[in-house]
Design a protein around this ligand. Structure first.
Ligand SMILES: Cc1ncc(COP(=O)(O)O)c(C=O)c1O
Length: 429
């Protein structure tokens, strides 16, 4: 594929942006080569500035569950644009989205809109610390909760892709208040609660981790976290920024029947606009300013265009639409699974709801350590062969992939054919 325009773009972009990008994992450092500069996107396709079209399984890292540029969202946004782009005051669109979120996620008693997942998780732990008066936060190694200081301790996603354990610039006195434990290891959590219970403000988890590759939490692990939190008064926080409306129509909370104190939402709820939220039990949310002493604010929070987009997108995501995407995701993964067996590839493939992932590994991956131990060299080779065939997957072994309502059966067939060609090439050496 000819990518000379993307290459020229990237040359220039490196003079302007650190590493040429505005978010690290876009840099393609984990898979070699250079990122594509995208000109447009429609349905299940993205197109780069050289005119190459790709079946897109990144979907802007999850939000585009209806596919790119869905008509219902575009129409609603166009109508809203003519009414003004930002008010910095209450508007009907934010109430519409808030009510819809409450209707879809019955455990959500109150919610606060923010602009990014990072803001949502950062605010949720401030709230946990504020209401408990405790300092420590427990997170799990390889889970990513955005880039605020308390969370960049053994995080997944871009941090892992760049081989960084943490980030420079984080005060050790703050980092030491974050306890990072192995994912799916309830015993480790029990030991920490035994030692520090009265200091733990909250435990935050991606119930299905999507930032170390795709790794589901086990029901025992997740219920165990919930039980320990209940017993000790720590807040149980489920980070659904990626999994919300993705692993189940009611997110991971619905999938596992959890009862969190707080959840963080993002991605899908904004239909590709900068929207996220945190919410949960009213007893905690009523401690947020202006009602309570935990301060949180935002110039563009509840932006009318973004709220309108989120509302239109989520309204169109009915359970029938969701079910159809899950069906296609399962079809793709089952097809992949038979190819893996046929070609005896060192590959673990799995899907959960509308998300799928694969590890170049002989055995199932249940935590970050095993994800790290998978064959990254093989992943890179496979990634680039597929990209050449017009399949755009997340450019890192530490990321999940996504399907949308716009992916057709033909797209899936084409993807399976591309995988088969890649497997053949790899086998032929
Ligand atoms: C689980 C999870 N939490 C939080 C975030 C941070 O969200 P944002 O990138 O919108 O700040 C992400 C981003 O991928 C995420 O996957």
């Amino acid at each position: 594929m000819k990518t000379s325009k993307s290459q020229a773009y990237f040359q220039q972009a490196q003079e302007v942006f650190p590493g040429g990008v505005n978010s690290p994992v876009r840099s393609f450092q984990a898979v070699g080569g250079e990122p594509l500069c995208i000109a447009k996107a429609q349905g299940s396709y993205i197109e780069d500035i050289d005119g190459n079209r790709y079946i897109d399984y990144v979907l802007s890292w999850g939000p585009m569950i209806l596919g790119h540029a869905p008509k219902t969202v575009l129409e609603a946004v166009n109508k809203s644009l003519s009414l003004g782009t930002s008010f910095g005051a209450p508007c009907q669109a934010e109430l519409d989205l808030g009510l819809l979120l409450k209707e879809r996620l019955p455990y959500l008693e109150k919610v606060r809109m923010v602009n990014s997942g990072t803001e949502a998780t950062m605010s949720a732990i401030r709230l946990a610390r504020g209401v408990t008066g405790r300092k420590k936060i427990v997170k799990f190694i390889g889970c990513y909760h955005g880039h605020s200081d308390s969370f960049l301790v053994q995080a997944g996603s871009g941090v892992a892709s760049l081989g960084m354990a943490s980030s420079a610039g984080i005060l050790p006195e703050l980092a030491q208040e974050t306890i990072a434990l192995p994912f799916n290891d309830l015993e480790a959590l029990e030991a920490v609660f035994e030692a520090y219970a009265s200091d733990i403000a909250g435990v935050i988890v991606e119930a299905v981790a999507g930032n170390m590759g795709l790794v589901p939490g086990t029901p025992t692990f997740l219920q165990g976290i919930q039980k320990l939190c209940k017993k000790t008064g720590a807040l149980f926080i489920v980070d659904e920024v990626m999994t919300g409306f993705r692993v189940h129509i009611q997110g991971a909370v619905g999938l596992f029947g959890l009862e969190p104190d707080l959840v963080c939402l993002g991605k899908v709820i904004g239909s590709g606009f900068p929207v996220a939220a945190f919410g949960g039990k009213a007893i905690w949310m009523d401690q947020v300013a202006p009602l309570g002493p935990v301060y949180q604010a935002g110039t563009l929070s509840g932006n009318p265009i973004a709220m309108t987009a989120g509302y239109a997108g989520l309204s169109a995501l009915t359970s029938e639409v969701f079910k159809a995407i899950v069906e296609k995701t399962s079809y793709l993964v089952e097809g992949l699974q038979s190819l893996v067996e046929q070609y005896q590839m060192k590959l673990q493939v799995l899907s959960i709801g509308t998300m799928f992932g694969f590890f170049c590994s002989d055995k199932p991956v249940t935590n970050f350590e095993l994800s790290q131990a998978s064959d990254h060299e093989l992943f890179t080779q496979l990634y680039n062969l597929l990209l050449n065939e017009g399949i755009y997957l997340a450019p890192s072994p530490y990321e999940a992939n996504f399907l949308s309502a716009a992916h057709t059966w033909e797209d899936l067939q084409e993807t399976l054919t591309a995988f088969e060609m890649a497997f053949k090439t790899l086998k032929e050496g």
